[in-house]
Every structure is written in structure tokens, then in C-alpha cells.
Design a protein around this ligand. Structure first.
Ligand code: DGY
Length: 328
């Protein structure tokens, strides 16, 4: 019997490709060719499933042009690259990879906050440039983490992981803003207190963004919000590009409206706004918050499990639109 055909749109661990090949004819972009939308549509003809990463847009145009497609399995917890209503309307299942990356991503968020507050990359550049000639009392003096107020915007699983690290490991006062309040037990476990967005901006010494991207969260942090923060504050974005207005942020860093920023995600990435490359008080990383080897492998395997489960047995571990499963 012919195996169903799937497309793996980006390079992924060879062992995951081998697993998929046990069940499917796999067309895989292991060379990371840059496909236009038309090329992606062409590649998807006759494919019943696609393995995507966060940069692969599965919108209504693609879905309409790919009538055989039954499942889009994202190797990411974020899925703003999916037009989920369009998928549901066409009976296409979307899946993501929650949970397996929570602790790794929280580790990174915390590390980026520490590197930013303590000016680690700025001072390393100084050292590498051969500029270190003497000890100075105020050399790269940054902000403390221990005992400081940690603000978290978006208090899902990753936000809670960062809160626990801050409260239990570093004696931080944790405040958060989220559409909904956490239940009392989770608040107690995270030692976190809900505050309004205004209060969060005003009181945080270190503000970490962990909210999903949507039309509502677009430019949630722009010039007006940055102006409400402390001039000594640090801003960290490990969520998605577009949540911060990068032009406004570069201006705020240049003008010292805030002290520093740590950014793992950017508007229009992998391109960066050039102003961000020209300000010293920013730590920049290329969207790697979930990138430990075990976690990336777990994410890839979960995306593969979703493809295998759905296409061979009609179920998936982490469906985004489970109503599609119910209709099968
Ligand atoms: C995620 O899982 O959403 C990460 O940002 C990787 O894309």
C-alpha cells in the first residue's frame, strides 16, 4: 500500500525524518531552500500533512490551494504563522508543541534578563576590542537581579517558570499582568501578584514579555509604554517580534528612557531594524530561547507524533483546533 505523502518544510533532526519515513513518503527541505509562497504551494500538492516551523505561513491562500492537506504540525508552541480559523473552516488540523519547551525557554528568559541587567555582551565586546586597560569602580555597573521587582507580561506556562525562578531562586518580588488572573494556588506557588499593565510598567525593575502574538498584542510595548518604565529598567522579549515596536525601543535605548533590553525576537526577523544594531545597551540573540538540544529534539518529535497520530489513527497529542478531530 502507498504511504501517505507529507512535506517537512524546514531542516530537522535526521532521526526525526527517519521516524516519519516509517509512516510516510517524506519530501523534506533539509537544504533549507528559501521557497516563495508559490513554491511552497507547489511542494504541498498531493501532501496530506506538513511539518512547519514558526516562519512558515499557513494562511488561507495556501490552504485553499492545497486541497489534500489535512494537518499542519508546527514545531513551536507559538502558532501565529497559522491562520487557525481558516484551517478549522477547511477541516485542517493545526498542532503545536507546548510543555516540552517550557523550562528550557524559562531558563533562557532568565539568562537573557541577567545578561542584559549585568551588561554581559556589552562588556565582552569591550574586552574583545582590547579596550580593557584598568579596573574602574563603575565599569559596566548594571542592575541587580536578586531582590529586584520582576514584572511578567503574559503569565502562561513559560511566564510562570520565569516567576518561580525569580521568586524562589533570587528573592525577587514578582508582579504580572495577564488577561486573566492565575488561580490562587498557582499565584502562591509563583509568589506572584496580578497588577494592571500600568502598574507593571511603572514598578518593574526587569520586565519580561512572554505573551502570544496576536492583533491585540501587536506593539503592546511602544513609545508610550516605554516612557512609563523606570529609567533603570530592563526589558526582555522572548515572546514574538511585533509585540515590541522595535523603532520605539531603539529610540528608548538610545535616549536612555530605559537602561537596557534583551531581545530574542524581532519584527520582521531574521532581519533586524538597523537601529538595534547600533545601540550598545541591548543583548541580541537569534530566536533561540527554546534551543537546547534535548528540547529541540522533543519539539521535533512531538510535531512528528502529531503527524503520525493524526494521519494513522485520527488523533493528535496537542491539537490547536480539536473541533476538527471531533468532526472526523
Ligand atoms: C516557539 O516554540 O514558539 C518558539 O518561539 C520557537 O519558534
Amino acid at each position: 500500500m502507498n504511504k501517505p505523502s507529507i512535506l517537512v518544510a524546514r531542516p530537522v533532526f535526521p532521526e526525526v525524518i527517519e521516524r516519519l519515513q516509517q509512516f510516510f513518503e517524506v519530501d523534506s527541505n533539509q537544504n533549507n531552500e528559501a521557497w516563495s509562497k508559490a513554491e511552497l504551494i507547489g511542494k504541498l500538492q498531493g501532501k496530506v500533512g506538513v511539518f512547519t516551523t514558526g516562519g512558515d505561513r499557513m494562511d488561507a491562500e495556501v490552504l485553499t490551494a492545497c486541497a489534500d492537506l489535512k494537518i499542519c504540525a508546527n514545531m513551536a508552541v507559538g502558532y501565529n504563522n497559522f491562520d487557525l480559523p481558516a484551517m478549522t473552516a477547511r477541516g485542517v488540523l493545526g498542532t503545536n508543541t507546548p510543555d516540552v519547551l517550557t523550562e528550557t525557554t524559562a531558563d533562557f528568559g532568565f539568562a537573557l534578563m541577567m545578561a542584559t541587567a549585568r551588561r554581559m555582551t556589552e562588556s565582552e565586546h569591550f574586552l574583545r576590542a582590547g579596550l580593557w586597560t584598568e579596573w574602574r569602580y563603575d565599569m559596566f555597573a548594571g542592575a541587580d537581579i536578586h531582590g529586584a521587582t520582576l514584572g511578567i507580561l503574559g503569565m502562561g506556562r513559560i511566564g510562570q517558570g520565569i516567576a518561580r525562578r525569580g521568586a524562589h531562586g533570587f528573592g525577587m518580588q514578582v508582579i504580572y499582568h495577564n488577561r486573566s488572573h492565575l488561580d490562587a494556588a498557582t499565584e502562591a506557588e509563583c509568589k506572584a501578584r496580578w497588577v494592571s499593565k500600568e502598574e507593571l510598567l511603572k514598578s518593574a525593575d526587569h520586565l519580561v514579555l512572554v505573551l502570544p502574538y496576536s492583533a491585540q498584542s501587536h506593539h503592546a510595548i511602544g513609545g508610550a509604554e516605554l516612557a512609563q518604565m523606570k529609567p533603570t529598567a530592563t526589558l526582555v522579549n522572548i515572546a514574538r517580534g511585533g509585540i515590541v515596536d522595535d523603532v520605539a525601543l531603539a529610540a528608548a535605548l538610545r535616549n536612555k528612557t530605559i537602561a537596557a533590553a534583551g531581545l530574542d525576537v524581532f519584527e520582521g526577523e531574521p532581519k533586524l531594524h538597523p537601529d538595534l544594531l547600533n545601540v550598545p545597551n541591548v543583548v541580541l540573540t537569534p530566536h533561540i530561547a527554546s534551543s537546547s538540544l534535548p528540547t529541540r529534539l522533543a519539539m521535533a518529535n512531538l510535531a512528528a507524533d502529531n503527524l503520525i497520530g493524526f494521519l494513522t489513527q485520527g488523533n493528535a497529542l496537542t491539537p490547536l483546533n480539536p473541533e476538527v478531530l471531533l468532526k472526523k
